[in-house]
Design a protein around this ligand. Structure first.
Ligand SMILES: Cc1cc2nc3c(=O)[nH]c(=O)nc-3n(C[C@H](O)[C@H](O)[C@H](O)COP(=O)(O)OP(=O)(O)OC[C@H]3O[C@@H](n4cnc5c(N)ncnc54)[C@H](O)[C@@H]3O)c2cc1C
Length: 335
């Protein structure tokens, strides 16, 4: 066993990494504050947010409104944009100094990058891409729920001897709690010793796009291979219902729709009030992304399609005339 940098006896507190972009906290960080608060309360331990950036004081305040009790703020110009070296060096120093028992991060591109680097630097374990978090009865150890082998296996992973217990969690898994702007908390500025020589990469250009966020959609009209490359009726129905279009991985792989709309194990986990699922067979890798939907309407030509086992309303038919009829009916009822 690789000796831990520090063990359970020296560790305390539950931390959430407060990922931000341009001073705005990523929604998964807010979701993790909500879940972290619940876990911290059960353990009787404080909930701390770890925030790195440049001039991001407002983000610290937002984290407190969402439920963080204490925010450790590392503010430095070299942290203005994410780089693996700068963020790993600064976060690792703070963690080794303060020794949290648990550290939760969002499974975003940079959250995943940072988590992997930190786990190696801190000589601890990382449960990546969790779809659930729990505490083990008796020991209180963090249990990270993950799926493996193409969704065929669900496992709970714990990190018994090394600290911090680290987990990344996919966006959209936990609901967003309501902020309370009156909530009190403390912000502690942590001194940052960071030099440009520590950073081996240079950001020449950043291409940030404001993509769709299907994890927040109240209505989703999702299409699969059965849509045969024609997403126009799905887009129209989604527009009429004030929702977003989602898709199976096959539909994204075939280039029919952008990857940021993929639902499922390797896509996004959604929780809409209504999901209308068209021409999707219902593989578990897809359904894991809609299992928390309020109502699932499935349209499929095959009466034995597994998607019908997940559906509240089943329409066995060709999806195109059904969507056409739905769109016509909504238009007819519109004032
Ligand atoms: C590790 C791993 C991760 C994965 N992650 C994901 C993931 O995140 N998301 C995901 O979606 N998949 C994922 N997959 C793939 C998944 O296993 C399935 O292959 C995929 O979901 C199938 O997509 P589909 O339902 O669109 O296509 P198909 O399985 O081919 O189903 C098409 C369906 O359309 C119906 N149909 C055809 N024509 C019509 C019509 N005109 N009207 C009505 N119905 C029609 C058919 O009856 C059929 O049921 C993953 C697989 C692996 C191994």
């Amino acid at each position: 066993m690789i000796p831990p940098a520090y063990g359970p006896e020296a560790a305390s507190g539950l931390w959430v990494y407060l990922e931000q972009e341009g001073g705005r906290l990523e929604s998964v960080a807010l979701e993790l504050i909500g879940k972290g608060r619940e876990l911290a309360a059960r353990k009787g331990t404080p909930l701390t947010g770890l925030l790195l950036g440049a001039e991001v004081h407002e983000a610290a305040r937002a984290a407190i409104a969402y439920g963080a009790e204490h925010v450790l703020l590392a503010d430095h110009q070299l942290l203005a944009t994410y780089t693996t070296d700068a963020y790993t060096n600064v976060a690792a120093r703070i963690i080794l100094d303060r020794r949290p028992e648990t550290l939760l991060l969002g499974a975003t591109p940079s959250g995943r990058d940072l988590a992997g680097r930190l786990a190696v630097r801190l000589r601890t374990g990382l449960t990546a891409d969790c779809t659930g978090l729990a505490l083990e009865a008796g020991t209180g150890l963090l249990l990270g729920e993950v799926t493996g082998f193409g969704g065929g296996v669900r496992a709970s992973i714990k990190c018994a001897h090394h600290r911090p217990q680290m987990a990344t969690v996919r966006p959209g898994i936990f609901p967003l709690v309501d902020p309370d702007l009156m909530r009190k908390g403390s912000v502690e500025h942590v001194p940052v010793a960071l030099s440009r020589e520590e950073i081996r990469t240079e950001i020449l250009e950043r291409d940030l796009r404001e993509g769709v966020d299907i994890t927040r959609a109240r209505v989703i009209v999702a299409g699969g291979r059965g849509a045969k490359g024609d997403f126009a009726p799905l887009l129209e129905l989604a527009r009429l219902l004030g929702g977003e279009v989602g898709a199976s991985r096959v539909a994204c792989d075939l280039g029919w729709i952008s990857r940021d709309r993929q639902i499922g194990q390797t896509g996004f986990v959604t929780r809409p009030e209504l999901a209308i699922v068209c021409g999707v067979s219902g593989a578990t890798q897809f359904t894991v992304g809609i299992k928390d939907a309020g109502c699932v309407v499935a349209i499929n030509g095959d009466p034995d399609a597994p998607i019908f086992e997940e559906a509240d309303l089943c329409i066995v038919d060709d999806l195109f005339p059904v969507l056409e009829a739905l769109i016509a009916e909504i238009n007819r009822r519109r004032p």
